[in-house]
Design a protein around this ligand. Structure first.
Ligand SMILES: [Zn+2]
Length: 48
């Protein structure tokens, strides 16, 4: 059983760990997704 990560933002399967990014325990396929997810979190944070 292979351990597979998927991007928390776009959901793509992450096969290349050299471009993988991690933020707050979440895994992302690239820096763009990590940055987009952080921005979304900040916008939603005010409603939480
Ligand atoms: Zn992604």
């Amino acid at each position: 059983m292979a351990e597979m990560h998927s991007c928390a933002h776009c959901g793509v399967a992450i096969t290349d760990e050299s471009t993988m990014q991690q933020r707050n325990g979440q895994t992302f396929c690239c820096r763009n997704c990590a940055a987009a997810y952080e921005r979304m979190n900040q916008e939603q944070g005010s409603r939480h």
